[in-house]
Design a protein around this ligand. Structure first.
Ligand SMILES: *Cc1c(COP(=O)(O)O)cnc(C)c1O
Length: 261
């Protein structure tokens, strides 16, 4: 389903990444066309977790300007290693309060906001850095035991508190669908996020924009686009199959011994 990952990641060539990227972009555009949407309504966020630094340099040469990473420590090391290049960083995974200071320093976007404690920690550190941060509120649309993301019925109350944090620029909602090949169940998650966004858009406080819907990954981004995604987060379809089990990344969400495909 996904291109294989080269044995030596550092050998991943610019041409290979460029070709994978173009193939994914073409699928995104086709999904937009099928849904009667314009291609520039959907942003493709390449997800580079577990991809080695030399391959990231190739990725930049292939035209990638923003990387999505789900672990702060890994993202931070990569941001330092690539500080000479014009790239920005989107943190898409759960954040602990004590790591907020790093995110405030190097990230331009954070897609997994699900607690006021983290919002407060980020805002405080952003103030110190004199920076602002685009944020997405993560919603648990699958009802799975996954620890991350707010239950849908808590999002309205949560969003009402966000104007307090002047350095956080709220852009929209983010979700991970249930991990299954069953299209109907996956699309139910995406539909729920869009319905929630459409409802909250009318009641959100001033300054809280809920224009963006970040949903869809390598295995399900076409369905997400059909359901209204404005950002799709795609790793394996660009960088090849991940060698590590996804249970490593989302404890409790995926069967620990299986990979995404
Ligand atoms: C890894 C990851 C993705 C991308 O998954 P792929 O299967 O590599 O496309 C998307 N969103 C989040 C939050 C991730 O951690």
């Amino acid at each position: 389903m996904f291109p294989p990952r080269p044995d030596r990641m550092d050998a991943m060539a610019v041409d290979e990444i460029r070709a994978n990227l173009a193939a994914v972009r073409a699928r995104v555009d086709a999904a937009c066309a099928a849904a009667g949407r314009r291609p520039d309504d959907v942003r493709l966020l390449p997800v580079s977790k577990t991809v080695a630094i030399p391959a990231l340099r190739s990725a930049v040469a292939a035209g990638i300007t923003t990387f999505g990473e789900n672990k702060v420590q890994e993202a931070r090391l990569k941001a330092e290693a690539l500080a000479d290049l014009p790239v920005s960083w989107s943190v898409i995974g759960h954040l602990q309060t004590n790591k907020a200071k790093y995110v405030a320093r190097f990230a331009s976007e954070f897609q997994a906001l699900d607690s006021l404690k983290v919002a407060a920690a980020l805002d405080e550190r952003l103030m110190v850095e004199g920076r602002s941060l685009d944020v997405f509120v993560q919603v648990n649309t699958s009802g799975e035991a996954s620890k991350y993301g707010l239950p849908p019925d808590e999002v309205e109350r949560f969003v009402a508190e966000l104007p307090t944090f002047s350095c956080l620029k709220v852009r929209g909602l983010m979700t991970l669908a249930v991990f299954t090949p069953e299209e109907a169940r996956v699309r139910t998650c995406f539909r729920l996020l869009k319905a929630l966004r459409d409802r909250l858009r009318d009641v959100a406080p001033a300054g809280v924009a809920l224009d963006e819907l970040s949903m869809g990954m390598s295995g399900d981004f076409e369905w997400a686009i059909a359901e209204g995604a404005s950002v799709v987060r795609v790793g394996q379809a660009i960088f090849g199959r991940r060698p590590t089990a996804d249970g490593t990344y989302w404890p409790g969400l995926f069967p620990a011994t299986e990979t995404v495909d």
